[in-house]
Structures are given as C-alpha cells and as structure tokens.
Design a protein around this ligand. Structure first.
Ligand SMILES: Cc1cc2nc3c(=O)[nH]c(=O)nc-3n(C[C@H](O)[C@H](O)[C@H](O)COP(=O)(O)OP(=O)(O)OC[C@H]3O[C@@H](n4cnc5c(N)ncnc54)[C@H](O)[C@@H]3O)c2cc1C
Length: 453
C-alpha cells in the first residue's frame, strides 16, 4: 500500500536530492520540485581553465555513518575522495604569517597563538566547573574554560570558517551541540573527549570519523550521481512561485500553469522561502519558521598556474577577526585533493564577508580581485607581484544559517506544524545542522521515517 503514495520533495539541494534518492531506494514514487534551473543548490562545481572550483561547499566530514553509506550506494557513479593527510594541518593567521593550529594539549603549550596565561589555563580545563547558562555563547563558554586568546585564535576563526558567524552571538547548545554536551555530560572538553574515545562503538558507528572528504572531481559529480539515481524525469526545474495547500487528506501544489497532488511533502528549502510556500500556516507559525538569519559569504576560486615552489600543504588558513584582515579564510583544495589544478599549479578558495562583514557583498569584481592579488604575496608568500591567473567570484547573499536563541521557538513551531499536518515534513538547514554531513543524515532520517509510516 505504502509504495503507491506520491511523495514530493521541495528543493534539489543536497538535502532534497539525498532524501528523494533514499525514498526511491525504499521503493516510493517520488518527485523533486526545484525553483531554479539547476539541481545541487549551493553544491556546484565549475571547471575554469584547468582549475576545478567549488561555488559552495569544498569539503565535508564523514561525521555520520549515513555519509559513508550514501557513497557506498553511489559507488558506480561517483567516488568519495578522502583528503590527503596534509589536510590535518590547519593554519591560523597571527601577526604577519600563518601558524599551525595545535591539534593536542602538548602542541598548545608551544604555539605562539595563545598567551602563556591561557596555556596554563588549558592545562586546568578538566577541573573547571560546567556552566549553568543554557544560552551561553560559544565565545563565552570557551573563554571561561580555555581563556580569551583561545577564543581569539582558535574558536573565532573556526566559527568564521564553519558559520561565517560571531562566536559571542551563537549559543553553544544550538550551534555546537556536541561541544555543549561534552561539558554538560562529562564535565569538560578534555574529559569528554577522552570518555568518548573509550566508548565501545558498533561497526556502523565506526564508519563516522573525522575524515575530511570531497567527491572525486568535485561535488558537482555527487550532485549528478544523486540526480541520475532519482531520474531526470522525476525532477522538475524552474518551479518558481510554488505554493502548497491542504487538499482533503492530500496536498495540492501549484506554480505557473502546473499542478501536482501529493500524499506527503518534504520541504528542504531555506526558512525564508516557507512563508510563500506554505500560505495556509498561521501568521504566528510563519513568523516563527522564518526567524532564521543567513549570513552572506563571498567565495572566490583562485588559480595559480605556476607556484614557483611556494607549495602549501595544508587544509587552509583561517583569519581571526582580531587580526582585522579583509579575508575570513583561504582553503587549499589542490593540497587536499587530486586534479584540482594543472600540473605545477595550485588552487585556493577565498572566503570573505560573513555575519560581521555583510558590506563585502557590495564590493565589485575589481575590488575583490585586488584583495586576492594583494594577499598572494603578503599572506600566501608567493613572489611579489604574483597575480591570480584565474579568478571566479561567487556571491551568496544568504549563505549560512545562524542558529541563535530564536532556534528553540523555530524548532517548537516545526514540531507543532508537523503534528498538525503529519504528512508535511519541514527539513533542510532550518534545523539539524548546517554542514553537508548533517544534511545527508537528516535527509536519510526523514526519508526512512516516512517509509515506516
Ligand atoms: C559558500 C558556502 C560554503 C560552504 N562550505 C561548506 C563546507 O565546506 N562544508 C560543509 O559541510 N558545508 C558547507 N556549506 C554548507 C553546505 O553547502 C550546505 O549545508 C548544503 O549545501 C545545504 O544543502 P540544502 O539542500 O540543505 O540547501 P540548499 O543547497 O540551499 O538547497 C535548497 C534548494 O531548494 C531550492 N529552493 C529554494 N526555495 C524553493 C522553493 N520555494 N521551491 C522549490 N525549490 C526551492 C533552492 O533553489 C536549492 O536548490 C557551505 C555553504 C555555502 C553557502
């Protein structure tokens, strides 16, 4: 009986495509409706004069078994590529150069990134009391446990890299729930990490690792593989102006001259699309669902044909806000993955803007190119006068959702709406995490829960 249900997924980004593929795998009829003329959402790869550049995500972590399992299933169509071991080296800008971020407490003693006082403070971390404020920001929590210089030179750049956000505005419980639980459950970060590393894991749980991944040839190949698995005849593009309304015990979807009737709906689009998409919700529900701010990000793909021996072997470099640079961070895809740049060349991905510098969206191509070119010698230590051979600029006005205090209200409303309308599922990065691993896990979970109904 269940197999004849018509299920429609709204949005063909990573969440929507993964969810639709899982539903199809589970034996359902599924159709995907996408607003724009292409699938993949933020996940897009371009080839620019021999350089492979990402418009959006560059790497993910295999943080859930669902990520590894998805690639198992798609193995004939696209391959997971684990990053080269150089990706373990993460750099932080301080003064006039990048320094390696220490990866353990011993390294933290010798790094020039933290003050001597905070180095002693880090040693005392296991004995510090857990906090009592459930909305304590990541910055405040890390400052209390590890010291201000740790916030400035580790937490701030990390949060810039992941959230393009402000560590003193993001509550740890909502933005980094695993970190919050380390303190609340085990009494501290070091104690918690040790306890978790000793925990027995099932074979399936062991598939979740900290390994950094991409897809061979770029994430565009994952998008294509997901699209092919669903079938192009089951994906409708250019569904702009889509609205959904209850229709007996089903749903009616309309846009332009088109119409569909469905038994189950899964939305995977950003929160700000929901008011137009679900016009039947109450004013209060609409307001609460749309209470999420997306920080802007400008991503710039930069190709250098001849590195002249300046070879970076690292995941990338992040820039603390305290250092007052124009750049949030620089990823080094050709140091981590094969065939991202022509022989002898290198490929970088620059990030600018974020929640604290929304004005960067207004900068012209010329201004952004100048910022990149100026940094090649000063920050990346290429010979003076080095200019990028290839530059591609991608402006994302609403890129990274910031899980702030309003999140509780939003999650409560999602639960309320889903209880009121059990065949409507509100997914996507409106909840459950902003990274690719979280998107894949949520998509698989939602699909499997629908299959069980
Ligand atoms: C610049 C940038 C860099 C990033 N880097 C990383 C990274 O390195 N690692 C990492 O793990 N994550 C990264 N992320 C996050 C990652 O890209 C996202 O988690 C993921 O791509 C989100 O997928 P999604 O399907 O949930 O959303 P989206 O990609 O936003 O897809 C939503 C889809 O829904 C469609 N849509 C919207 N409204 C409607 C509507 N009304 N009707 C129909 N369709 C609609 C959109 O057109 C889009 O195709 C980055 C994000 C950005 C923007």
């Amino acid at each position: 009986m269940q197999q004849t249900r018509e299920i429609i997924v709204i949005g063909a980004g990573l969440t929507g495509l993964t969810c639709a593929r899982q539903l199809k795998k589970n034996g359902h009829d599924v159709e995907v409706l996408e607003k724009t003329g292409r699938i993949g959402g933020f996940m897009q790869t371009i080839e620019a004069d021999g350089f492979v550049m990402e418009e959006g995500p560059s790497t993910g972590t295999i943080k859930h078994p669902e990520v590894a399992e998805l690639f198992d299933d798609l193995a004939d169509a696209c391959q997971l590529e684990e990053a080269h071991k150089s990706s373990k080296c993460r750099l932080i800008w301080k003064g006039n150069q990048f320094h390696a971020l220490p990866s353990n407490p011993v390294g933290a003693i010798f790094t020039p990134l933290f003050t001597l006082k905070d180095k002693f403070r880090i040693l005392g971390e296991p004995w510090r009391k857990p906090g009592t404020n459930p909305n304590e920001s990541v910055g405040a929590l890390a400052e209390r446990r590890l010291g201000k210089s740790f916030v400035d030179y580790a937490v701030d750049p990390f949060l810039s890299g992941v959230y393009a956000g402000d560590p003193y505005k993001l509550p740890t419980r909502l933005a980094l729930p695993k970190l919050y639980n380390l303190e609340q459950t085990y009494g501290g970060f070091i104690r918690g990490s040790i306890a978790l590393s000793k925990k027995q894991k099932t074979e399936r749980e062991k598939r979740a690792t900290k390994a950094v991944f991409s897809t061979r040839g770029g994430f565009g190949n994952l998008v294509q593989a997901l699209g092919n698995a669903i079938g192009s005849e089951r994906i409708s593009l250019n569904c702009d102006g889509l609205t959904i309304t209850p229709f007996g015990n089903k749903w009616k979807l309309t846009w332009g001259e088109e119409e569909r009737i469905a038994d189950e709906i899964i939305t995977t689009c950003p929160s700000y699309e929901l008011p137009k998409l679900l016009p039947f919700l109450s004013e209060e529900q609409t307001k609460n669902l749309d209470n999420l701010y997306y920080a802007p990000v400008i991503e710039i793909g930069v190709g250098i044909r001849d590195t002249k021996g300046t070879d970076w072997k690292a995941f990338g470099g992040l820039v603390p806000s305290k250092e007052k640079q124009q750049i949030l961070g620089i990823l080094m895809p050709s140091a981590c993955f094969a065939n991202r740049a022509p022989e002898g060349g290198a490929n970088f991905a620059y990030f600018l803007g974020g929640a604290r510098h929304t004005e960067y969206l207004e900068k012209s191509d010329e201004e952004l190119t100048q910022i990149v070119n100026e940094s090649l010698h000063r920050m990346l230590k290429f010979p003076e006068g080095t200019k990028a051979d290839v530059i591609r600029i991608f402006r994302h006005a609403r890129a990274i959702p910031q899980y702030m205090e309003e999140t509780d209200t939003r999650l409560g409303t999602i639960q309320e709406v889903e209880t009121q309308y059990p065949s409507l599922h509100i997914a996507g990065n409106i909840r459950d995490g902003i990274g690719m691993g979280d998107r894949i896990k949520q998509a698989v979970d939602v699909a499997n829960s629908i299959s069980k109904r």
